[in-house]
Design a protein around this ligand. Sequence first.
Ligand code: ZN
Length: 306
Amino acid sequence: MTHANGQRLAWGVDVGGTDCKVGVVDGSGAVRAETEFQTPDVPAEAVRAIERACRELESALGESVGRLGLGVPGPLDLARGVIVQAPNLGWRDVPLRRMVADALGCEVVMDNDANAAAYGEAWVGAGQGAGVLLLITLGTGVGGGVVDQGRVFHGARGLAVEIGHIVVVPGGRPCSCGKRGCLEAYFSAHALSEQAAEIGIGDGDPRGHRMLFERYAAGDPEVVPWLGRAIDVLAQGVAQAGVLFDPDRIVFTGGLTRSWDTYRDRLVEGLVGDLGPAGPPAEGIGLTELGGRAGIVGAAGLALRG
Ligand SMILES: [Zn+2]
């Protein structure tokens, strides 16, 4: 399928725990049209909502779209196109790739949301020009993706670079995955609110992280010791991934990067120290350029690449 200047178009769909974003993206990575809606609880309804949004964008553009890329929370069975488990959505064993392909009658590629975002950033965002990009998403949980010379690194079963579950503190805080001491048990929206609640700050609402970072930046003695440690734990976990993959760019994205300025210096200093000779210098460590659009751009890019 082509449009006036001969560029192919693809839908990029970013299925989040709260919102679902849908865009039409062209071969240069530009978002030509986009929309979003609340993610329905039931998979079949989500597929209908995705189909409706895709058709609306296509007819608003007046150009036909031939492929679709899905970025979804995992873990996934990539070979079968199945969401094995998406705790934030309450979905288990959902064959979403086939469901969406049947609904729209087109080819569908699927990858996990962090991998899709990493591909988007590597293609036309903060990772452009990097040989190896390591992307870290700091949100409710912590995710990661590696794009090596334009290819997403999946591992044997698609479970590679689940950086939130690198054990950084042996025997440390319990994690939702059942292990102890995972990075995600220290530096994630959920973990920060939990640690704050343990010392009587806040009500455990994961959306309270902004206030915590403000208190950290102001030198609040109730917050600095444990939040400072959480930043150090993040630096160590990311550095371990950096030592393994030797990226020339490390990009952070997600809701917790809204407070980036309050913890950037400590994080980057710790990270560069722990990376040793691997990975980029401080200048190669920074924030997303595509922001909340990285998922749709990357998912569409993966579909366009075919
Ligand atoms: Zn874990």
